[in-house]
Ligand binder design. Structure first.
Ligand code: NAD
Ligand code: MG
Length: 400
């Protein structure tokens, strides 16, 4: 029997790597359900190749087009649309595993649905943990679902743990985790040149090929900030036991410091198929098509402390984790809006952090909402607030 895999965000970078792993092991896995936002051609190509039972598109016009396209080719895939369609993919009966690889807050409800159904949740969508860590971890515990971290750093930490370890519990014997960060494309850029950096500059990541939102997050190091919060939920650790270390070569994917003085590391190529195939095959190991790491040609491995002046987003995220309550949710919503504005040419690179800081200050301390409707409502409020802050800045710029 093969294991059924549903892929939320199948047309993205993580989606493509997941499909590649499935194709390498047709005797082990089959793709049973897929979703995308509005890329009809991309999802149609996936349906032709993998013949999933269900395909959903968030955009209903795109879904209608996909349905016509698949019918004309005589494909059996059922096409669904909108939020209900995404939930149907997450809850698909034939799926034992769900790859949660939608980008941003849009991934929250389907990821939660997969957790409630007791699936093995392969978690790439870190934003859902940042927004509602408590709800997601509780849903996993209540349904008996398995949670396997796909984010390479968290996957590395999970790999360093004893075999019996499950996410959510405190890490046995661990005094600190060391999250490595490449530092992104602007690690050594003069600070004075940062405001002039374009979206394409920010998306030119030195080591990893990823979607545009996470690429900008890597350039601001908000990605590492979100990962610090993600780590706190996954591994049950407070902020002071989660340290960020810059490691430009991205060979060491993260480390765990133990109370006997040992530091355990997981190393590999910067290729997401390693954490993906690990999560899918766990507790076994399978070949994911990743080329072997040659430490000799990888050259010297450098480690340095992050520069908080260069990367204010990292500090904002660390502060949000310490502040608790709804602060991480506010941080995430403001970041998503600011990054979209930057990608759309409305604000400068360095304005991203300023806007997030302003949104966090204006919203003040808010308790964490403890049901999903309130989380979604607060997320929408903060998006409106951040949009307004960006418009005010644009207004000032045009008057100046
Ligand atoms: P991507 O932009 O390449 O793909 C995003 C996917 O989500 C696409 O399939 C898109 O159709 C879908 N999507 C976008 N907006 C949507 C919406 N509103 N509703 C429904 N679907 C929507 O992104 P990616 O790089 O594959 O990243 C996906 C997630 O994985 C992110 O949360 C990211 O932080 C995380 N992640 C990615 C990497 C990586 O190497 N790419 C590494 C670690 C974690
Ligand atoms: Mg990562």
């Amino acid at each position: 029997m093969t294991t059924g895999v549903a892929i939320l965000g199948a047309t993205g970078s993580i989606g493509a790597s997941t499909l590649d792993v499935i194709e390498r092991h047709p005797d082990r896995f089959r793709c049973v359900a897929v979703s995308a936002n509005r890329d009809v051609d991309g999802l149609a190509a996936i349906c032709r190749r993998h013949r999933p039972a269900v395909a959903a598109m968030a955009d209903s016009q795109a879904a209608a087009q996909l349905a016509v396209e698949l019918r004309s080719q005589g494909l059996p895939t059922e096409v669904l649309a909108g939020p209900a369609g995404l939930l149907a993919v997450a809850e698909c009966q034939e799926a034992e595993q769900v790859m949660a690889a939608i980008v941003g807050a849009a991934g929250l409800l389907p990821t939660l649905a997969a957790a409630h159904c007791g699936k093995r949740v392969l978690l790439a969508n870190k934003e859902s943990l940042v927004m509602s860590g408590r709800l997601l971890m509780d849903a996993i515990a209540a349904s008996g679902a398995e949670l396997l971290p796909i984010d390479s750093e968290h996957n590395a930490i999970f790999q360093c743990m004893p075999g019996a370890y499950r996410c959510g519990a405190p890490l046995p014997g661990v005094t600190e985790i060391l999250l490595t960060a490449s530092g992104g494309p602007f690690l050594d850029t003069p600070l004075s040149a940062l405001p002039g950096k374009s979206p394409d500059d920010a998306c030119a990541h030195p080591n990893w090929e990823m979607g545009r939102k996470i690429s900008v997050d890597s350039a601001t190091m908000m990605n590492k900030g979100l990962e610090v919060i993600e780590a706190a939920w996954l591994f049950g650790l407070p902020a002071e036991q989660i340290r960020v270390v810059i490691h430009p070569q991205s060979v060491v994917h993260s480390m765990v410091r133990m109370d006997d003085g040992s530091v355990l590391a997981q190393m590999g190529q910067p290729d997401m198929r390693t954490p993906i195939v690990y999560g899918m095959a766990w507790p076994e190991r399978l070949d994911g098509g990743v080329k072997p790491l040659d430490l000799v040609s990888a050259g010297p491995l450098d480690f340095r402390a992050p520069d908080v002046e260069r990367f204010p987003c990292l500090r904002l995220a660390q502060e949000a984790l310490v502040a608790g309550g709804a602060a991480p949710l506010v941080l995430n919503a403001a970041n998503e809006v600011a990054v979209q504005a930057f990608l759309g040419g409305a604000i400068q690179f360095t304005t991203i952090a300023e806007v997030i800081d302003q949104a966090m200050q204006q919203s003040g301390h808010l308790d964490s909402p403890n049901d999903v409707d309130s989380i979604v409502a607060l997320d929408a409020d903060i998006r409106r607030l951040t949009g307004e802050l960006i418009r005010q800045r644009e207004g000032r710029r045009h008057h100046a």
